[in-house]
Design a protein around this ligand. Structure first.
Ligand SMILES: Cc1cc2nc3c(=O)[nH]c(=O)nc-3n(C[C@H](O)[C@H](O)[C@H](O)COP(=O)(O)OP(=O)(O)OC[C@H]3O[C@@H](n4cnc5c(N)ncnc54)[C@H](O)[C@@H]3O)c2cc1C
Length: 604
């Protein structure tokens, strides 16, 4: 519905979903099914959201390949992988509901790879006890987006493509809509909505080496923070162990964990299979003891039969493998281009091409390497944000009334480290829950009233500011400087002194941001788009650095060289971030108590 407004194009919906990736699409479908009028906004074209890049698969205890699998084991793996910092209720709902969400996708038209008897095939991934990832070769995200997008369009959802949201609109006690602009023209647009769902993805563009696309500037995290919602677990940024390291133009591009899931072996320049020495003592019993046992496991996987062999050491959790690779390189045992070698070429070439078609093409076309004939060079790349908007597990409601969050922008589900495949299932489970809860809230909530013209005027003024400056900062240079700070001082390994220096430099970058100048008109202006995104990257970067400084221990993806061990006291607390006047407030809050019946699943 379009509402006449003195100055701004204004659209009115019961539920506004910001973000058209997996989480946003799933939320929109559910809210529309509940009878809400739904608007879905994305800053790229429909079908181009980050989810489309997902490769390895979606984790769900379907028990198609390993009949002993169950939601209980998936729950345990997720909690153990997250170093027990997860919101237990989210992890429970996720493990219980993921199988239904995957079967539902199949009913809606997704065509997964098959077992010999025609069921959805599942592959192994790091930290999962059983082969659990439903997949479509190494192009799972493409199939998911295609399916969800069709369903969304059939559901009568109104889609706003290439439309960037820059501000949430609020009144005293709730969120009432959003403001943004059309990227094509730069023209402003306002949305009035009884409920708003954030589904904007992650923050990885703040690091130099990243697998994340241009969309990952942490917009949703920053929008929620500025609207008064709380963020949690912001210190936990996942560095995926395997990104491309060469040639420089593609550094960071993901090499899916499916390569290791299918049997890929990691070696250093001396040909040592180094992962043997990095397995954590308390989990060593879950992995093979010898090359021979690991080979038997890969062979059994290939032939689709059960085995008593245990999984190869390369399938340790991502945080551990990343630190191992980083350490090998730092200690001088890396490859010529600063990585290590990942080899799958010992398997039959036709199998590699069939199981990993995108990886085959990616290396052939971008690096002139044939992965069926020799190893790939790989190294860690910034990949996923465990931290995000603090939500209620059952409803995905944030701490601000009328505001919901699902997918990568939401925090809590993965604790200190995410297991591969758990993001695609997370966004299905909590996308659906957010859509249902937002629709229910909108059905009961009083109307939001006229859009506050004063808030819109201020928002537009803020966006216009960099055009009016006679001289000033180049947004691209500022972005490069931010990435250098985060890469060198807030990376895989951290120290208190580095983090303090990072915070000082971030303060300097914020001051420079206020002087950014852009030229030209607002129509399709990438420098201007970056101006707004930089503000969000700066908020997220500060939240990561402050939370990391506060957590004086090493846990999951957060490794402090000056505090190398786990601290049981920190194991009882989440870091929370909120806006306090003009300042960022970071405080530790107690984790919700894990019920005994769930604790028993983990300890037995
Ligand atoms: C290369 C790669 C491979 C991966 N493979 C896997 C895998 O195999 N399994 C797995 O579980 N996970 C995988 N992941 C992680 C997973 O893909 C993501 O975590 C997940 O897709 C995020 O989905 P989302 O719906 O939360 O966000 P996205 O799919 O990123 O969607 C975000 C949406 O928000 C929109 N948006 C952002 N900001 C704004 C704004 N200001 N205004 C309007 N719209 C906005 C974007 O345009 C986009 O539509 C992978 C990640 C990468 C990078």
């Amino acid at each position: 519905m379009t509402q006449a407004s003195p100055r701004y194009e204004t659209r009115v919906h019961d539920v506004l979903v910001i973000g058209a990736g997996g989480a946003g699409l799933r939320a929109a479908i559910e809210a529309a099914a509940a009878g809400s009028s739904v608007g879905l906004v994305g800053k790229s074209l429909l079908g181009k959201a980050h989810t489309v890049m997902a490769e390895g698969g979606v984790a769900a205890a379907l028990a198609n390949v390993a009949e002993d699998d169950s939601w209980q084991t998936h729950f345990r793996d997720t909690m153990v992988g997250g170093k027990m910092l997860n919101n237990w209720r989210m992890a429970q709902l996720h493990a219980q509901e993921a199988p239904d969400r995957v079967r539902e996708l199949e009913r809606w038209g997704a065509v997964f790879d098959r077992t010999r008897d025609g069921r959805i095939l599942q592959r192994p991934f790091g930290g999962h006890t059983y082969p659990r990832l439903a997949h479509v070769g190494d192009r799972t995200g493409l199939e998911m987006i295609r399916t969800l997008q069709d369903r969304t369009v059939q559901s009568g959802v109104t889609v706003y493509m290439e439309c960037t949201t820059t501000h949430l609109l609020t009144d005293d006690d709730r969120v009432t809509g959003a403001f943004g602009y059309w990227r094509q023209t730069g023209d402003p647009i306002a949305f009035s909505a009884k409920a708003v769902i954030l589904a904007t993805g992650g923050i990885g563009r703040s690091w130099q080496v990243t697998s994340n696309s241009w969309e990952y500037s942490g917009d949703g995290h920053a929008l929620a923070y500025r609207a008064g919602a709380e963020l949690i677990d912001m210190e936990f940024v996942q560095f995926h162990p395997t990104g491309m390291v060469w040639p420089p133009g593609v550094r960071g591009l993901l090499v899916t964990e499916a390569v290791r899931g299918e049997g890929g072996i990691l070696r250093n320049r001396d040909e040592d299979r180094f992962m043997w020495k990095y397995l954590p003592d308390d989990r060593r019993h879950e992995y093979a003891e010898t090359d021979e046992e690991a080979s038997r496991w890969v062979e059994a996987l290939r032939e689709g039969r059960a085995t008593d062999a245990r999984q190869p050491p390369e399938l340790s959790t991502r945080d551990n493998v990343s630190r191992a690779i980083y350490t090998e390189v730092r200690e001088g045992r890396g490859s010529a281009h600063g990585g290590v070698f990942l080899d799958i070429s010992y398997l039959p070439a036709d199998l590699v091409r069939r199981k990993l078609p995108s990886m085959y093409d990616q290396f052939k076309e971008l690096a002139a390497v044939d992965i069926t004939a020799g190893p790939m060079e790989v190294g860690p790349t910034c990949h996923y944000m465990m931290g995000g908007v603090r939500v209620n597990a059952d409803t995905a409601a944030s701490t601000r009334v009328g505001l919901y969050a699902a997918g990568e922008v939401a925090g809590g589900m993965h604790g200190a480290n995410r297991l591969g495949g758990n993001s695609l299932s997370d966004l299905l489970v909590f996308g659906r829950r957010a859509g249902a809860a937002a629709a229910a809230f909108a059905a009961e909530a009083p109307p939001v009233g006229d859009v506050d013209q004063e808030q819109l005027r201020r928002a537009e003024e803020e966006l216009a500011a960099p055009f009016d400056r006679p001289g000033g900062e180049d947004p691209y240079r500022l972005h490069a400087d931010l990435q250098a700070v985060m890469q060198s001082l807030v990376g895989i390994f951290r120290t208190g002194s580095d983090l303090e220096v990072a915070l000082e430099r971030l303060a300097g970058l914020r001051a420079r941001w206020a002087q950014v100048r852009v030229v030209g008109s607002p129509a399709y202006n990438p420098g201007w788009n970056l101006y707004f995104e930089l503000q969000n990257m700066l908020v997220c970067s500060e939240a990561v650095a402050r939370s990391a400084l506060q957590r004086t221990e090493s846990r999951g993806a957060h490794a402090r060289l000056d505090h190398p061990g786990l601290d049981p006291e920190w194991g009882k607390r989440n870091s929370t971030v909120s806006l306090d006047g003009e300042a960022m407030r970071v405080i530790a809050k107690p984790l919700p108590e894990l019920p005994d019946e769930l604790r028993r699943l983990i300890t037995t």
